[in-house]
Design a protein around this ligand. Structure first.
Ligand code: SF4
Length: 479
């Protein structure tokens, strides 16, 4: 649990690169791109590289700079295809075994796979595979996908044909980059829950969860991979398979609200602009008389700017965030938790003292951290604290690659909005409406999933959650 954050967390970021030009160091480019995707997962990361059919890889628990030293990158060496991954574990257990990319040697070759999302039929598929004799080394969905693709590959002419057939069996959210000895393949599920884009770099091709990763290595954005599309890159160039395309699309709207970096453009809509629009809609829906508006860093900042511009209330900087607190921060005791929030966020008194403030954040999950933040603002001398949230209340779990798998955590399932306001200690509380949340990403080329707000998911909810049973199995291993 993150004691400084009370928001839904994303699972992973993926990256892949193909280049026939030996002057491009695909390992270094992957390393740099993973840095840009670090916000999508901080628990583990990895890189696999293909050098004339030989695959070398390294993955481990930790941030990109912790896992990869210069020496490690040199050991990975050169090659012409690479895939990379950053991970935040959700359904499955945090362990080194679950770090990706997953590299397997199968009947017809080698495959390295990086995956973002969660399958809704994972438990069922795993049970079936185990009954057929499959052995699993991890508790993640990626190994299930890998097993299905390698099984199909026995009877297909190509790896892309095996992927195409596997897509009839796997359901739910998956954006994948996978590497065979001669091909790089990018795949997005037919609803497009998680983003995936494509770029060009010096005659080669790259794929990434977000366009900010392309920018970080100087690649040119080409387009988003379509929901349901398989893009294959090899020495012949790039081509598409679109047999699974055609659904209206169900991109996770929370990518715009919180998950993605503000400098990314997803499915045609800029994240920074979408967050400002959310703030502007909030100002229209929940106006208030106030002296200053400011956001909780980082994802509340853009929405605060939008609220300020729409309402005419001056924008201010109310918090400074300490960016140097890592995962090694010692877990605070119950008594220390109020102060622990101060370690991460400190207030700027000149913005707050004797003012009526509008405080903006992207979401409230449990409410515990938000309560401490409101208390902190009051202790700094605010006359009134009006809380505005740039998403609707979370009232349903998410099954598509985030960490909210139960209604038990959700404050909006236990309390009414007036009760939440009272619990948080705010003078007023306003959430963005469901009507407006899907309008924040103007010009987006696809439909959205807003299931955690509405209960309307693009695909049926899973019957069994693919969780603790397999965590127990992997927990039996000694590391
Ligand atoms: S349920 Fe919510 S968090 Fe999950 S994919 Fe849909 S919009 Fe995103």
């Amino acid at each position: 649990m993150d004691y400084f954050r009370d928001s839904i967390q994303e699972k992973c970021g993926v990256f892949g690169i193909y280049s026939d030009y030996s002057e491009i160091d695909v390992v270094s480019q992957t390393y740099l791109a993973l840095y840009a995707l670090q916000h999508r997962g901080q628990e583990s990361c990895g890189i696999a590289v293909c050098d004339d059919g030989l695959v070398r890889y390294h993955n481990d628990l930790g941030l990109v700079p912790d896992v990869f030293s210069r020496e490690t990158l040199e050991k990975l060496g050169r090659g012409n295809i690479a895939v990379g991954h950053v991970r935040y574990s959700t359904m499955d257990q945090k362990s080194r075994a679950n770090a990706l990319p997953l590299v397997v040697r199968h009947f017809k070759g080698t495959m390295a796979i990086a995956h973002n999302g969660s399958l809704t039929n994972a438990a069922h598929l795993r049970e079936e595979l185990e009954q057929e004799g499959a052995v699993f080394h991890t508790s993640n969905d990626t190994e299930i996908i890998t097993n299905i693709i390698t099984k199909k590959r026995i009877h297909t002419q190509s790896i892309e044909e095996a992927v195409e057939q596997a897509m009839y069996e796997i359901r739910g959210a998956y954006s994948i980059v996978l590497m065979s000895p001669s091909k790089l393949i990018a795949v997005r599920d037919s609803d497009g829950f998680r983003p995936l884009c494509m770029g060009a770099l010096n005659g080669g091709f790259v794929f990434a969860s977000e366009s900010c990763a392309l920018d970080s290595i100087g690649a040119d954005f080409i387009r988003d991979v379509e929901p349901g599309e398989i893009v294959v890159v090899d020495k012949e160039g790039q081509r598409s398979i679109k047999t699974h395309c055609g659904k209206p699309g169900g991109l996770c709207v929370f990518e715009y609200i919180y998950f993605a970096r503000p400098d990314s453009v997803i499915d045609g809509a800029g994240v920074h602009t979408a967050r400002q629009r959310a703030g502007a809609f909030l100002a229209l829906e929940h106006p208030v008389q106030a002296d200053v508006v400011f956001g909780v860093p980082d994802s509340g900042l853009d929405a605060a700017l939008g609220y300020s511009r729409q309402s005419g209330i001056p924008y201010g900087v109310g918090f400074i965030k300490n960016r140097y607190i890592g995962r090694t921060f010692i877990q605070p005791t119950q008594e220390e938790r109020d102060n622990a929030v101060r370690i991460k966020l400190n207030t700027i008194e000149s913005t707050i003292r004797d003012k009526r403030v509008v405080l903006i954040d992207d979401s409230i999950v449990r409410g515990t951290t938000m309560r401490r933040i409101v208390k902190l603002v009051r202790e700094t001398g605010a006359k009134e604290v009006h809380l505005r949230i740039s998403s609707p209340p979370f009232v349903n779990p998410c099954y598509f690659g985030t960490d909210i798998d139960s209604r038990d955590y959700l404050i909006a399932c236990r309390m009414t909005i007036p009760e939440i306001r009272e619990y948080l200690g705010a003078d007023s509380l306003g959430y963005l409406s469901v009507d407006h949340v899907t309008k924040i990403a103007e010009n987006a080329k696809c439909g959205f999933c807003d299931g955690c707000f509405t209960g309307r998911y693009p695909v049926p909810e899973p019957e069994i959650l693919p969780k603790s049973k397999y965590d127990q199995k992997i927990g039996e291993f000694k590391f």
